[in-house]
Design a protein around this ligand. Structure first.
Ligand code: VGL
Ligand code: ZN
Length: 193
């Protein structure tokens, strides 16, 4: 099936930050392998003058999700650090809307919608369909897709431009199946008209 992105569509790139990519403090194996794919989607949306959003984890140094505070994760994506920066190979257009999340000690937000202006911005731009890729499939991508569906956006998951942490083998695949079960549609770059 061919999908033709058009007015009313937006691309949302989730958390493509150094700490989630090889060399980072919470590195996803081969997470950087999806950058060329994401760059193709970014170029497509920019060429069609469609809005692009990029979410980022933007944590204080003592964030509740960090192991020293009793959370599940090593410290990562501390606001303003190199680890929190988007990967330098990610070709974000100058007009990208950057959405920072989980910015206070007590707020842990996997979803790009959680505690942010993302929904309000999408609505102000009359967006009805969202195309979501990035990392990690079973955490921030999954939560963002769930919220997008709950908020009534037609939701496409970039099947060729997501990567999982896979703490348990198969976590990413299970999350993808669940997203489709909830009503998301997988899409691959070749399917863009
Ligand atoms: C994420 C773990 C901790 C993510 C964020 O972006 O999926 N994962 N914080
Ligand atoms: Zn985090």
């Amino acid at each position: 099936m061919k999908i033709a992105p058009a007015a009313g569509d937006a691309l949302i790139v989730i958390d493509m930050q150094n700490d989630f990519l090889p060399g980072g403090s919470l590195a996803i194996a081969a997470g950087d392998a999806i950058i060329p794919q994401l760059n193709r989607y970014l170029a497509y949306f920019a060429a069609h003058r469609l809005p692009v959003f990029a979410t980022r984890d933007w944590h204080p140094p003592d964030h509740c999700s960090f192991q020293p505070q009793g959370g599940p994760w090593p410290p990562h994506c501390i606001a303003g650090s190199d680890g929190a920066a988007f990967h330098s190979a990610l070709a974000l257009p100058a007009a990208t809307h950057v959405i920072s999340k989980a910015t206070t000690r007590e707020s842990d937000a996997y979803s790009g919608f959680s505690g942010t202006q993302l929904d309000a911005l999408l609505r102000s731009l009359h967006i009805r369909r969202v195309f979501i890729g990035g990392v990690a499939t079973e955490y921030c991508v999954f939560s963002t897709v769930q919220d997008a569906l709950r908020l009534q956006y037609a939701t496409f998951v970039l099947a060729d431009a997501v990567r999982a942490i896979d703490r348990q083998p198969g976590d990413g695949q299970r999350a993808l199946r669940e997203m489709m079960h909830l009503g998301a549609q997988p899409i691959r770059y070749q399917e863009l008209a």
